[in-house]
Design a protein around this ligand. Structure first.
Ligand SMILES: Nc1ncnc2c1ncn2[C@@H]1O[C@H](COP(=O)(O)OP(=O)(O)OP(=O)(O)O)[C@@H](O)[C@H]1O
Length: 256
């Protein structure tokens, strides 16, 4: 069963249809990369999935249960969001991670221990008691990811989390995140404009165009059988390893 499922979502703003999505699902434990040109509707869609925005019409289901105003608040607490900008509070690193746990009413006695675990996992132990205002972009994004993962969400939304980071910082953070996510059952939807991240991180790829999901599938599948010209055009920027992987499979007698 899908963890999160969309049925016939429309999102209209100032008379304009921003999203018109027949069906979409996020499966348990999967990392799904959402791509599309600027303005395609990725952030709007993610905010609706994360229950931060209400669609104009349509239905969302969490583990088969219809999401309504009644269960919205509880279900939102089973999700976490990492924004493009870390959006940290002007306090210490530790306090930033603790705040979300307090809001979600995690018992006090567990908070310190849980924060320690995620400080360690994100490699930011040494920054714990310092103010966030002196952090570099990469460090701040690590805090933001630690804050989200410390909530132990069932679904994680990452909206271009590596934007603005230099290549080595981005590469290391990506490497660490892959290890963390693939070692958990957290379903993740991440928006990216850097297609080099896709083969490392994503089990599935979803392509968005003008407010619609035009194709979803394994990255190589989508690359091999693009549904339309938009997908073809976008995927010409896919990194060489996906293309090579396809050739490699052929050489090894694979079916690709
Ligand atoms: N509150 C709003 N009111 C009116 N239009 C909006 C609103 N929010 C988003 N839009 C429009 O909806 C479209 C989709 O925006 P969105 O930010 O979701 O796209 P995106 O794919 O995330 O873009 P990018 O890659 O540039 O971040 C854009 O044309 C945007 O101008």
């Amino acid at each position: 069963m899908a963890l999160l499922e969309v049925k016939g979502i429309r999102y209209v703003k100032r008379g304009r249809t921003i999203l018109d999505i027949d069906a979409f699902s996020l499966e348990e434990g999967e990392v799904n990369a959402l791509i599309g040109v600027n303005g395609a509707g990725k952030t709007s869609f993610m905010q609706i999935l994360a229950l931060l925005q209400e669609p104009t019409s349509g239905e969302l289901y969490f583990k088969g249960e219809l999401i309504t105003k009644k269960n919205l608040f509880t279900l939102r607490h089973r999700m976490a969001f990492v924004f493009q900008q870390p959006l940290l509070l002007d306090m210490t690193v530790r306090q930033n991670i603790e705040t979300g746990l307090r809001i979600r009413k995690v018992p006090k006695k567990y908070i310190h221990q849980r924060v320690n675990i995620w400080l360690e996992k994100l490699g930011i132990n040494h920054l714990a008691n310092g103010p966030v205002r002196f952090l570099s972009g990469g460090e701040a994004q690590r805090v933001s990811i630690a804050r989200a993962l410390a909530l132990e969400p069932e679904i994680l939304f990452l909206d271009e989390p590596f934007t603005g980071l230099d290549s080595p910082t981005r590469g290391q953070l990506l490497f660490d995140l892959v290890k963390l996510l693939h070692g958990t059952k957290i379903a993740t939807l991440f928006v990216t404009h850097d297609y080099a991240e896709i083969p490392h991180l994503a089990h599935r790829l979803s392509v968005m165009d003008q407010g619609r999901i035009v194709q979803t599938g394994m990255p190589r599948e989508v690359y091999d059988t693009p549904k339309n010209q938009t997908v073809v055009q976008l995927l010409q920027w896919l990194p060489i390893d996906i293309k090579n992987e396809r050739k490699l499979m052929k050489c090894e007698g694979g079916s690709a």
